[in-house]
Design a protein around this ligand. Structure first.
Ligand code: DGL
Length: 260
């Protein structure tokens, strides 16, 4: 393994793009490979066995591309699979989890809302994380079925998205939440719409910067930081034409997508 080898980053779809951008900004010399498993999105309702199988297939794909590290830019896949894939593959694997700790530090009302997929919220990993805050802050969880499917369509500002948010956000505010945790990477792409649906000032907290910083320190620990490079390649397995528009919209520029 060499420091100029790429880093693999994956999500069930476009959700991990915000993390990819943060990583590219923080580590501009790293070569990055992004894989959007859009043909299999959403992961949220599909169960741990399915998500673990997808994660293993994606690891195989990344290893064929000689990656030196992998970022699981997906809370659902981290919850379902990161422990197992870390045992099975001998490279650094960075996962993510809903940012409850920073949210608890920000909240004045001591009530925080966590938006995430059904899979993340049902996982042992999340139940364990939540229990660490028992008695310190009230945590209200809100699964958001349907939201990832809508975000994976070609537009991000649709009535369908606002209708779902009108269902999911106001009840959290009514229960006193002043801080919302985006516990699914797709939701960062609609953070503005989430803030609007809250209809009051709320803190919105995601994990994107923290994941990029964690990757940097893991690369440093393993002496794997690249000095030159900075290429980014994008791989997709869904409808390329639709994804082309979506990637363009999320990244603010057109990129070349390779089909796998
Ligand atoms: N973006 C994902 C997450 O962070 C996956 C969402 C899904 O596919 O349901 O949880």
């Amino acid at each position: 393994m060499s420091s100029s080898d790429p880093i693999g980053i994956f999500d069930s779809g476009i959700g991990g793009l915000s993390i990819l951008e943060k990583i590219h900004d923080l580590l501009p010399n790293e070569n990055l490979i992004y894989l959007a498993d859009s043909a299999n999105a959403p992961y949220g309702p599909k169960g741990e066995a399915f998500v673990l199988e997808r994660s293993r297939e994606i690891m195989t794909f990344f290893l064929e591309h000689q990656v030196k590290a992998v970022v699981v830019a997906c809370n659902t896949a981290t919850a379902a699979a990161v422990g197992t894939v870390r045992e099975e593959y001998d490279i650094p694997i960075i996962g993510m989890e809903p940012a409850i700790k920073p949210a608890a530090e920000k909240s004045q009302s001591r009530v925080i809302g966590v938006l995430a997929t059904e899979g993340t919220l049902a996982s042992d990993k999340f139940v364990d994380l939540k229990s660490r805050f028992d008695g310190k802050v009230e945590i209200i969880t809100q699964p958001c079925p349907g939201l990832v499917e809508e975000i994976e369509k070609a537009e991000l500002d649709t009535t369908a998205i606002s209708t779902l948010l009108a269902q999911y956000i106001p009840p959290l505010i009514a229960k006193g939440a002043d801080t919302l945790v985006l516990g699914c990477t797709h939701y960062s792409l609609i953070a503005a719409q989430i803030a609007e649906a809250a209809a009051t000032a709320v803190n919105i907290v995601d994990t994107d910067d923290a994941v990029a910083r964690r990757l940097k320190s893991v690369l440093e620990e393993h002496s794997l930081c690249s000095e030159t490079g900075g290429d980014v390649s994008y791989f997709v397995n869904g409808d390329t034409e639709r994804l082309m528009k979506l990637f363009h919209r999320c990244l603010g520029r057109a990129v070349n997508l390779e089909k796998v």
